[in-house]
Design a protein around this ligand. Sequence first.
Ligand code: PDD
Length: 286
Amino acid sequence: MSEIVYLNGKFLPIEEAHVPVLDRGFIFGDGVYEVIPVYSKHPFRLAEHLRRLQYSLDKVRISDPFSETEWTQLVADIVGRNAGEDQSVYLQVTRGVAKRDHAFPKGVKPTVFMMSNPLVTPAPALVESGVACISAQDYRWLNCDIKSVSLLGNCLLRQLSADVGATETILFRDGQLTEASASNVFVVRDGVLLTPPKDHLVLPGITYDVVLEIARAREFQVEVRAVSEAEVRNADEIWVTSSTKEVLAVTMLDGKPVGDGKPGPLFRRMHALYQQFKQDHMRKAA
Ligand code: PDD
């Protein structure tokens, strides 16, 4: 089955999907997006992803082209038309096509694009070993809560870790942890799970919410508060979370082992609980 994508009202093979060069997504990075993991053909936390999409659209003043029911149907359609039980749905809305001018054009229809790829979650060996990360100063803009397609800052920061074969770039702003280039970050110190609150400096991760929910339900000690760079550097455990990484242990930061250099006990527990949560809420529902 060749990959079928959705573009402005039509489902078509990806090779046939084209966007005009004056699309503001291309010219200005003027658009927002979502990445929704799909397990056993069921989109994970779809309502929450659609709520975050609505939030991003509102923040950049693009009117939502679809109702929640319509989005739900479109996501089901794209999943149904693509092969594989586990998929990763990417959807993007840009302000549309208009003569180049920074100010918003009037009366232009947003461009809507969706595709779905096989969901590739971390291999068991990686879950077992943990991953290496580096750190960098977070020089992105001050609206990191918007899931914007303007990702040049994130791409440049991610490339710093890619250049040295590391998995992620963990970011600090003014001496405080924010997030990583494409994930949220948790740390464990003295048995307490710490993570920064959701504000304008971080993307409000759907996986972040799930991890916090599980942690609280299982009576982990949790503190959602500012986390200093020093606390991260001396952490017993560091985790990164995202829709595609799920929960992954960071066992090296800037070439130094985190804790004893192996995925820690709280990580092991959370990873198992997360897999169980998926099993209970997605696979069995299927
Ligand atoms: N990225 N922070 C940033 C900067 C991200 O780009 C992402 C996700 C997250 C985690 O959010 P969630 O748990 O909702 O996936 C945090 C996606 C996967 C991407 O851009 O591919």
